[in-house]
Design a protein around this ligand. Structure first.
Ligand code: PLP
Length: 410
């Protein structure tokens, strides 16, 4: 485990300008988490063992189909739902789009009056949800506010549901935020929606593989993406309501009972399930509590070394829970976030300014804006996100590097 951890945490990259190797401490797991050894083994094994197409009529096809069914049952056991409710996709972006597409088109088909139904989304959803909702629902998107610590406002949701003016076609509250790591009250939101018969969608992309997935199956729709928990890129899933026939986003084949056209990525799917089951075993073994303590110690040491930093979601009055792997910090005023990332990269640390999708743009993050951060604060935010195999020393080394770089900047 230790050798694997070292290899996994310190990725060998060719140094710029010459061909020697340099080790990089990788702290950008919320963007993508390197393939776990267990997932790699499962992928290679499946690629050899199952050469057939699951839709083919011969024995190799039937064998592949059986493996696909087994994988669905294993994922369902983790999520706590029926195997039939799972649709394999290419990742969470597709899953989110499929859920919103279904909600928009099913409402229209059910009742012409429902074609005016809005969709309610937390203001901090990933762009895969926000942009898809704007595409399918146009001006009928309503944002659920969040507190200044980045937690969705349940009172708003309860009050609006009780007012019962225009029932939403769907309510979406993510499980854990990708930028801040702040956990959302998805169980409570789900219960509020269920009591009113309103469909509930939970984007659990950053939750799955880090915290127990059990119980997520109660949501009508769940989105997940393999590469966030050490599975391969390009594989995801959408959990749908029991017995529902989700309206397909992709057309052109009868795969997955007509719910998603296209040949299933069987090696990728088996590697995904192997990765998720491995992560769940870490959680059951109590490893997340240990990671939590390491992350908290880093935050204390960072605040002691650089007293002017502010950690989003942390504070005496915050009382919010965050993913054990994520730290989202407003850095001191000495430099902007992009320069910090460049300096840290040169020092051997791969970190991020926030979400991978937002980091190319100069717009302040919509998540931080919804939490009430000023653009000047959002412009100084860095996100550090670890994985299961990140060694404790990585956090210590990062703390030292941040202090050194700050010293050079002032
Ligand atoms: N939802 C959340 C919360 C995410 O963090 C991401 C990716 O960062 C996505 C959806 C989209 O995932 P993918 O890029 O795997 O499609």
């Amino acid at each position: 485990m230790l050798a694997a951890a070292a290899a996994h945490a310190a990725l060998d990259l060719p140094a710029v300008g010459d061909q020697t190797k340099t080790a990089v401490i990788y702290l950008d797991h919320n963007a993508t988490s390197p393939l776990l050894p267990e997932a790699r083994v499962a992928w290679l094994d499946a690629a050899e063992k199952f050469p057939g197409n699951p839709s083919s009529p011969h024995r190799l096809g039937a064998r592949a189909e059986q493996a696909l069914d087994d994988a669905r049952a294993r994922l369902a056991a983790v999520l706590d739902c029926a195997a039939h409710d799972i649709v394999w996709t290419s990742g969470a972006t597709e899953s989110c789009n499929a859920a919103l597409h279904h909600a928009a088109t099913a409402a229209v088909a059910r009742d012409a009056a429902d074609s005016t139904a809005p969709v309610w989304l937390s203001a901090i959803e990933h762009p895969a949800v926000l942009a898809a909702a704007r595409h399918f629902f146009r001006e009928r998107v309503q944002l659920i506010p969040v507190t200044r610590h980045g937690v969705v406002d349940l009172d708003w949701l309860a009050t609006q549901l009780a007012a019962g003016r225009l029932r939403p076609a769907l309510v979406a509250v993510m499980a854990a935020n990708n930028e801040t790591g702040v956990l959302q009250p998805w169980r409570e939101a789900q219960a509020l929606c269920a009591a009113r018969g309103v469909a509930f969608f939970c984007d659990a992309t950053q939750w799955c593989g880090r915290l127990p997935a059990h119980g997520l199956g109660a949501a009508d729709f769940i989105a997940g993406s393999a590469h966030k928990f050490g599975g391969p890129r390009g594989v995801g899933f959408l959990k749908c309501p029991p017995g529902a026939a989700p309206r397909p986003l992709l057309h052109g084949g009868k795969q997955q009972e007509g719910r998603r056209a296209g040949t299933e990525n069987l090696p990728g799917i088996l590697a995904t399930v192997a990765a998720l089951e491995w992560c769940e075993r870490q959680i059951i073994a109590g490893e997340s509590a240990r990671r939590h303590a390491v992350r908290d110690r880093f935050e204390r040491e960072l605040c002691a070394a650089l007293p002017s930093v502010a950690i989003n979601g942390l504070g005496p009055d915050a009382g919010v829970e965050r993913l054990w792997n994520t730290v989202n910090v407003v850095m001191p005023e000495s430099d902007c976030r992009v320069r910090w990332v460049v300096k840290l990269d040169k020092a051997g640390f791969a970190v991020s300014t926030g979400s991978a999708c937002a980091s190319g743009s100069e717009e302040p993050s919509h998540v931080l804006t919804a939490m009430g951060l000023a653009p000047s604060e959002a412009a100084r935010v860095l996100r550090f996100s670890a994985g299961w195999l990140t060694p404790e020393t990585a956090w210590d080394e990062l703390c030292g590097a941040l202090g050194r770089i700050h010293g050079e900047l002032v």
